[in-house]
Write a protein that binds this ligand. Sequence first.
Ligand SMILES: Cc1ncc(COP(=O)(O)O)c(C=O)c1O
Length: 389
Amino acid sequence: MIPYSKQNITKEDEDVLRKALFDPFLTQGPKVVEFEKSLSQKHKCADTVACSSGSAALHLAYAGCGIDKDGIGIVPAITFASTANGFKHLGARVLFCDVDPTTGIIDLNSLETTLKKANSDRVSGQGVIAPVSFAGQVAPLRQCYELAKEFDFKVVEDASHSPLAIGQDEDEVIRSCSCEWTDYATLSFHPVKHLCSGEGGAVLCKTRDHAVQPRKLRSHGIIRDVDPEGNQPWKYHQTDLGWNYRLTDLQAALGLSQLKRLEKEIEKRKGLASIYNQELKVEPFSNVFELPSFSSGHVWHLYVLRFKRTEWRDNAYHFLKKKGILTQVHYIPVYHHPYFGGLSANEKLPGAEQFFSSCLSIPLFPTMTETDQNQVINCLREYCNSLIF
Ligand SMILES: Cc1ncc(COP(=O)(O)O)c(C=O)c1O
């Protein structure tokens, strides 16, 4: 089977992990601190709070923005449910906004409309926009930040797909995860992502002050060193209701080892994407699907085809599966899920619906061989040739 994505664990990762097993700390130790420092350096942000998953990172970042039951979260409809769930965990309201039907990335006109709607009935409470740098392409973070300022919102970039991605906004370079145009950015270290720690995530912070609340909430809402001068150094206080969202030192050790070769892995992804772009731009493929737009700063978490007919997309999924090739639909608009249900048909977002009805992610991961990729291309060719126009 060729999966749509999978982890790359090297011998070096294995050695690092074995060694970490016998370190004095399996959790709450120095490896987590080292991992956080390395992540901050790599992404050029002020501070990082490592945590147990990308979902936990979103939850912590929203809490760090001050979201509570009176808060509002604005989420692009094409994303994993976690982007919205972090708001729900805090009791806040979620408003979905539309995406560009060709990229799956937040649509700024829809964002402005949604912000107006949010503020028309906002009495109190913090608002947060959560743009997703979907598939590895940077969302329009600067424009989101400017709109956020205008409407008194904060911005959290869901950068689960986009470590080190670079975008262009007029003359300016926009770096995913740098927090230059956001309050926070979040990463996921799930095995299908660029960096893998089994499970894991991180909150990247605009300033060191931004890190204080997420760091405290990651570990139950407890602060230590409350009596540094006195004779009760063991003393600690719980000041907030937090969670146990800690990353272990074992996971941090694996993450550190993977971080060393992040750029190399991204180059492999770029190489594979460029082969797909070359090979799939001609007939018969071009009769059946569109390709993602290629930019040099894209880091290719996903390679998403957009089929010209939904039935062709659905049948392609089954056809490829029978041939041992696993694909995936990224994503079902979040408001479709029963938990978020209640939107009537005329409130459906057209860009998100169009993207959802066409999209299919085909295999792309750093250990993918030439043989694997040729098999995917050949099977897609066979499938496209089998369609009658
Ligand atoms: C866009 C996006 N946000 C959030 C998450 C949640 O990350 P995790 O699985 O590490 O909780 C994912 C993971 O699939 C994701 O793709």
